[in-house]
Write a protein that binds this ligand. Structure first.
Ligand code: KIV
Ligand code: NA
Length: 263
């Protein structure tokens, strides 16, 4: 049966971790869905892992719609989040247009936007329209040219700002939050403070769910893998088995471990 937002909330309330993987095409979506992931993220990370770009910034709305369409043809049950790409959130009109394209043409279930206070009015407008919204705080890949790939929230002022941003987004109407590359203790505090499920990546174990880039889970990404990821294909003989092992590890809380923590 198709996953709903309500089911994700029930899982969080029951302390069952939410397992999420990225996918960018129908085949990956099929195997992630078959392996039992609760959520598939069509991340703009596709710019780096599929397109070979240096950052996520070159990804266009057309790219996102195209990949979301492919993913949704292969996905039967998982809740599908699609990223609003760089500068498609430059004003309210472009945000609404991006959400319309991703939901109408791409058939996504939810859109994800990076940032805090800056996007509050967009989140309000989308929420009023009945569009499910996922926030994204911590390391923001769309801001990497200015901020770098650094752990966020390491000093008290930054940590307080992150919590304030998270609360502002919740008040504006986000339904889920992705927290990327923050110290586990801070992720734990933010998760405890928010009434919505928090999905972590490089955010430790005490959150409501985990997300990884599927290419990292399969060891497909060239170069050094991020500290917070894990190759689940090692010692297994199929992509399905690797994705199943990831889902199992998230569910039984054997992933992530202290070794995956950042900051
Ligand atoms: O684009 C992406 O894959 C993401 C995850 C890293 C959360 O936004
Ligand atoms: Na992204």
């Amino acid at each position: 049966m198709k996953k709903t937002l309500k089911q994700l909330y029930k899982m969080a309330a029951a302390q069952e971790p939410i397992a999420c993987l990225t996918a960018y095409d129908a085949a990956f979506a099929h195997w992630a869905d078959t392996a039992g992931v609760d959520v598939i993220l069509v991340g703009d990370s596709l710019g780096m892992v599929v397109q070979g770009q240096r950052t996520t910034l070159p990804v266009s709305l057309e790219d996102m719609v195209y990949h979301t369409q492919m993913v949704q043809r292969g996905n039967k049950q998982a809740w599908c989040i699609a990223d609003v790409p760089f500068m498609a959130d430059k004003n309210l009109d472009t945000v609404m247009d991006a959400a319309a394209q991703l939901l109408k043409v791409g058939q996504a279930d939810m859109v994800k936007l990076e940032g805090g206070q800056r996007i509050v009015s967009y989140v309000q407008a989308l929420a009023e329209r009945g569009v499910p919204v996922c926030g994204h705080l911590g390391l923001l890949p769309q801001s990497v040219l200015k901020k770098g790939y650094q752990v966020q929230g390491t000093d008290p002022a930054q940590a307080a700002q992150l919590l304030a941003d998270a609360q502002a987004l919740v008040a504006a109407g986000i339904d889920l939050l992705v927290l990327e590359c923050v110290p586990s203790e801070l992720a734990k505090q933010i998760t405890a403070a928010l009434p919505i499920p928090v999905i972590g990546i490089g955010a430790g174990a005490v959150v409501n769910g985990q997300v990884l880039v599927s290419y990292d889970v399969l060891g497909l990404t060239p170069g050094r893998a991020p500290k917070f990821s894990q190759n689940f294909l090692t010692g297994r003989d199929s992509i399905l088995a690797a994705f199943e092992a990831y889902v199992q590890a998230v569910k039984d809380k054997t992933f992530p471990t202290a070794d995956h923590e950042v900051g």
